[in-house]
Design a protein around this ligand. Structure first.
Ligand code: NAD
Ligand code: DAU
Length: 353
């Protein structure tokens, strides 16, 4: 094996697509997927690669410093692609400590392990996967660039901003070779149905209310998850150490317009009259501190490394809706048990029309 790459959070949504891409594309890399399988981590996401000779799974918590040290020793790790995190904004509003613990302390524990385990930094790399939410919220105009000042508003984005700062501090203080990327909203298969798109597809399927926060006027910039994984691959192999790259699809949608599109596509796949499920739309109390608009300028990544998204959004949504409707077993398994409690706590009294 020419590289031993530790991918953290590889059993989650984006991590599982990245693991699959690397395991299949780079047969001479050993991919070590480290994940402690929280509610969002699911090894079923990786069924198709679990027996590949260049893939191993290690169940461990990134906050457990000695467990991480053992994994570094056991596999002679030379590169890290760090995705493990608490990732849902709504959960960060009810339980901010969990976000500080995993996203800040967990990242610090990985950085400190890499710094001490690597006797030389030659041919080593610590790649940190982050979010555009660290930049805060835009008005009607403009884009986030790599030089936009940080202005996080939710406990989630504050914890991710803090982790980004720690990564850069380890580069500036100790010379650790790092890369950071900040990406916009991802969608696609295997996303946990707490996030807008899979939550709403599942609710349309079951004729449940669709809880639209506020007036549905917030804007997000959507990118198909496999295009994010491709971008990470491009940056991992070609990015300049110490640099940051923004990743996004120049694909802004107002929530309510996206929801109406999703309804039409899902109704069509379900054999309902297109638009029939609009009756499920229910405007509910807005998310606290809800950022109005995100929009990423990914020009640096395109101009310097040649990456562009491969999918048009309408095509991506069709593929996504089709995937969830063809994988109802997966949906049913992840929405049983603790999910039901979460759902009632989150939406129980707010989704009646
Ligand atoms: P996810 O919630 O689907 O997956 C997170 C994974 O991390 C899970 O497998 C979970 O088990 C694991 N994990 C959580 N805490 C852990 C711990 N203490 N130790 C080990 N493993 C742990 O998240 P996602 O949407 O795939 O996001 C992955 C990364 O990408 C995150 O860092 C997130 O901030 C970032 N990101 C996400 C998006 C998006 O739209 N989803 C966009 C930009 C950046
Ligand atoms: O921008 C990148 C970020 O995108 C990632 O860093 C986060 O990990 C990821 O969760 C995502 O954050 P958002 O908060 O933008 O995604 P979410 O799917 O939770 O919400 C998308 C929009 O839809 C947002 O404006 C809130 C709204 N929404 C969401 C839910 C869950 C609703 O109106 N109703 C809902 O029930």
């Amino acid at each position: 094996m020419v590289r031993n790459i530790l991918i953290t959070g590889g059993a989650g949504f984006i991590g599982s697509h990245l693991v699959r891409l690397f395991v299949n594309k780079y047969k001479n890399y050993r991919i070590i997927n480290l994940d402690n399988l929280t509610y969002a981590g699911n090894l079923a996401n990786l069924k198709d690669v679990e027996n590949s000779p260049n893939y191993v799974f290690e169940k461990a918590d990134i906050c457990d410093f000695s467990a991480i040290q053992s994994v570094f020793d056991k596999y002679a790790i030379d590169s890290v692609i760090h995705l493990a995190a608490e990732s849902h904004v709504d959960r960060s509003i009810t339980d901010p400590f969990a976000f500080a613990q995993t996203n800040v302390i967990g990242t610090l524990s990985l950085l400190q392990t890499a710094r001490t385990a690597w006797k030389s930094f030659e041919n080593k790399l610590f790649y940190h996967v982050s979010t555009d939410e660290v930049y805060g919220s835009l008005g009607k105009e403009g884009f986030f660039t790599e030089t936009t000042p940080y202005s996080p508003h939710s406990p989630y984005s504050a914890s991710k901003a803090s982790s980004d700062h720690f990564v850069r501090a380890f580069h500036d203080t100790y010379g650790l070779p790092v890369l950071v990327s900040n990406c916009s909203n991802n969608y696609g298969p295997y996303q946990f149905p707490e996030k807008l798109i899979p939550l709403f597809i599942n609710n349309i399927l079951h004729n449940k209310a669709l809880p639209v926060y506020g007036k549905g006027e917030n804007v997000r910039d959507w990118l198909y998850v496999i295009d994010h994984a491709r971008a990470i691959d491009t940056i991992f192999h070609g990015g300049k150490t110490g640099e940051t790259y923004n990743i996004g699809g120049f694909n802004e949608w107002k929530n309510i317009d996206l929801i109406r599109l999703m309804i039409r596509v899902t109704d069509r796949f379900l054999g309902r009259r297109e638009g029939e499920s609009e009756k499920l739309i229910t405007f509910v109390t807005d998310r606290a501190g809800h950022d109005l608009r995100y929009a990423i300028d990914s020009g640096k990544l395109k101009n310097e490394l040649g990456w562009t998204p491969s999918l048009q959004f309408e095509e991506g949504i069709e593929k996504t809706v089709e995937w969830y409707l063809n994988n109802t077993e997966w949906l049913d398994s992840v929405t049983s048990g603790a999910y039901q409690e979460y759902y009632v706590k989150m939406y129980g009294n707010r989704t009646q029309q």
